[in-house]
Design a protein around this ligand. Structure first.
Ligand SMILES: Cc1ncc(COP(=O)(O)O)c(C=O)c1O
Length: 440
């Protein structure tokens, strides 16, 4: 089919996520046909750097022969079979690998198929755990400007009002603590969390947060020591801790998990996105024996965790995840990240000197470039100027794909990006920013 014919079909029938379809209908959609390494190629043969890792997913690059081969080998056996009443080898092996990799104590792996459901599972498990302790706890504590996905439970604990304000009437009650990135100091941020815990601790099931970086909130980085302090507070107030590492997991922070950098073991670890190297939809909620044991009992006690999805623990996705973990191990991927992170920091500090760059936020291979109209007064462009959208469109025309979060341009390249590729990608971003913000 030609590009024109496909465009007609797509515009007649497709509805895209987070997209104003009226604008889309008059746009010229790019059909991605193939990928190789850190680049994607469209049907017209144009190449683009995948500078947001296809929405923070891709880890080792596209078309990694080892992951391709693992998926093909599994498809030669069976593409899918259920985890209800049955199990399979890739699922069992992956669970053991994840338990061994995760921070200490997270021994149990519950599969689902996206980041939102990984968090839903943790929220429901936490709620049910307290029921099994004979306690009627219903509250959750979450962070303002946090994002945990788009299903209703995940939206309830999400603190990015712009995304989800319309659904407020559907949501359960959550106590929001200001983002630690906005606090005057670590002590102030910790005090805010303690105040929320002290107010209702015997009603609170869990604290849920994105450790170290609130990604969708605008790549907001928490002060060092915050995660550890929250862990200590949760212990002191007897509240569970859910670490949503859907975005930060699998090397993005420079460590395998953000929790590793902080030396923290949560009660639940939620994983998705990079779990399969960015190949296939798979998510996992890891829990401790303490949580798991609370769900054991006789049939008549009704203690099972009654939650599951049709594609829970899909074998193809598990095979991809195992191959991705092999690459991490064989190529010592994590050990190789430090020089890349330093390089990104160096180039970003040059970009920071541009007249309309108000600030840079970086944690590992995740960065946000904040665009401002007036640097000295830190004044933002009016919303209707869509400055972030314009810069990303310009970058696209120059051969680089990324997305804005409002006035913040995100840069989340695949871990496999070489120093040369990182330099080139950031060069394009720099030029796109300079072009779109040049003063008349
Ligand atoms: C921290 C975090 N949690 C959860 C999610 C939701 O994941 P999914 O889009 O796979 O449902 C995201 C997605 O961006 C995320 O960044």
């Amino acid at each position: 089919m030609t590009n024109t014919e496909l465009t007609q079909l797509e515009k007649a029938h497709l509805w895209h996520p987070f997209t104003q379809m009226r604008d889309w209908e008059v746009s010229s959609p790019i059909f991605i046909e193939s990928g190789q390494g850190v680049k994607l190629r469209d049907m017209e043969g144009r190449e683009y750097y995948d500078a947001n890792s296809s929405m923070w997913l891709n880890v080792h690059g596209h078309r990694r022969p080892e992951i391709d081969a693992a998926v093909i080998a599994q498809i030669g056996k069976v593409a899918h079979s259920t985890m209800l009443g049955l199990t399979h080898e890739p699922g069992a092996r992956l669970a053991a690998r994840l338990a061994a990799l995760a921070p200490p104590g997270l021994t149990r792996v519950f599969y689902s198929d996206n980041g939102s459901t990984a968090n839903e599972v943790a929220l429901k498990m936490a709620f049910q755990y307290w029921r099994h302790q004979g306690q009627d706890r219903r509250r959750f504590i979450a962070l303002s400007e946090g994002y945990h996905g788009d299903t209703i439970g995940a939206v309830s604990v999400g603190g990015v009002g712009l995304f989800h304000g319309i659904f407020r009437d559907l949501l359960f009650e959550v106590d929001f603590v200001p983002s630690p990135a906005r606090a005057a100091s670590l002590e102030a941020a910790v005090q805010q969390m303690e105040a929320a815990l002290a107010a209702h601790n015997d009603e609170v099931c869990a604290v849920i947060l994105e450790p170290l970086v609130q990604m969708a909130g605008g790549i907001l980085t928490a002060p060092a020591g915050y995660l550890k302090a929250v862990r200590e507070l949760c212990d002191r107030y007897d509240v569970l801790l859910i670490a949503d590492e859907v975005a930060t997991g699998f090397g993005r922070t420079g460590a395998m998990f953000a929790c590793d950098l902080a030396g923290v073991s949560p009660d639940f670890l939620c994983l998705g996105k990079g779990l399969t190297g960015g190949y296939l939809p798979l998510a996992a909620t890891l829990a401790t024996d303490k949580i798991y044991d609370a769900f054991l009992g006789d049939y008549k006690e009704w203690k099972s965790f009654t939650h599951g999805h049709s594609y829970t623990g899909n074998p193809l996705a598990c095979a991809a995840a195992l191959a991705s973990l092999d690459i991490f191990e064989q190529e010592q991927v994590i050990d190789g990240l430090a020089p890349k992170i330093t390089l990104i920091r160096q180039i970003l500090s040059e970009i920071e000197s541009l007249p309309h760059v108000g600030g840079i936020r970086q944690c590992g291979l995740m960065a946000g470039i904040e665009i401002v109209r007036d640097k000295s007064r830190h004044e933002l462009y009016p919303f209707e100027d869509a400055i972030g959208v314009r810069i990303c469109r310009r970058a696209l025309a120059m051969g680089l794909i990324t997305r804005p979060l409002g006035h913040v341009i995100t840069f989340v390249p695949p871990l496999a990006s070489s120093p040369g590729e990182l330099t080139e990608m950031l060069g394009i971003l720099r030029e796109a920013i300079a072009w779109e913000t040049q003063d008349a």
